[in-house]
Design a protein around this ligand. Structure first.
Ligand code: NI
Length: 175
């Protein structure tokens, strides 16, 4: 398995709507394993396939309780509710953190790497991770969800200074 480099803001693959996974092949399982390795190497809580340059509807999410990563294929948010604003970051936009408004809970349907249908309900941070990774599959980044003034300020800063190193305390929030 391999730790891959994470595509950064400005890479067109991050702006593409990812294609559905048609079948779970050995090649796809290798991609999943590499995504898990990459996520843990980056100390992320979640990673979407476009972030490693693979434009497929596939994400991996760390499970805080079991400490095991979970791969979700062709995920769809089928229900959501509530509203909560909390600070968010993204492994593809290092050093940038801002409060983002998200649904407080989500229900998600997907397939697991064995091709089995799974339904998950999540709230709080885990619900936030799911929504953030779902956005990646649609070519949406968390800065798109900020107010225009904040977003422009962040874009100008990236243009001028590039990416700054993550503050250690912030890394756990990068998705
Ligand atoms: Ni992200």
């Amino acid at each position: 398995m391999a730790v891959l480099s994470v595509r950064k803001y400005g890479d067109p693959v991050l702006r593409r709507r990812a294609r559905a996974v048609e079948s779970v092949t050995p090649e796809l399982r290798t991609i999943v394993a590499d995504m898990v390795d990459t996520m843990y190497d980056e100390v992320g809580l979640g990673l979407a396939a476009p972030q490693i340059g693979v434009s497929l509807r596939l994400m991996v999410v760390a499970d805080a309780e079991s400490r095991e990563a979970r791969a979700l294929i062709n995920p769809v948010i089928t229900e959501q509710g509530g509203e909560v604003t909390a600070e968010e970051g993204c492994l593809s936009i290092p050093g940038v953190f801002a409060p983002v408004k998200r649904a407080e809970w989500v229900r998600l349907e997907a397939q697991d790497p064995e091709g089995k249908a799974v339904t998950l309900t999540a709230r709080g941070l885990r619900a936030r991770v799911f929504q953030h990774e779902m956005d990646h599959l649609d070519g949406v980044l968390f800065i798109d969800r900020l107010d225009p003034v904040t977003r422009d300020r962040i874009k100008r800063r990236i243009k001028k200074e590039g990416f700054t190193e993550d503050a250690a305390g912030h890394r756990a929030l990068a998705l």
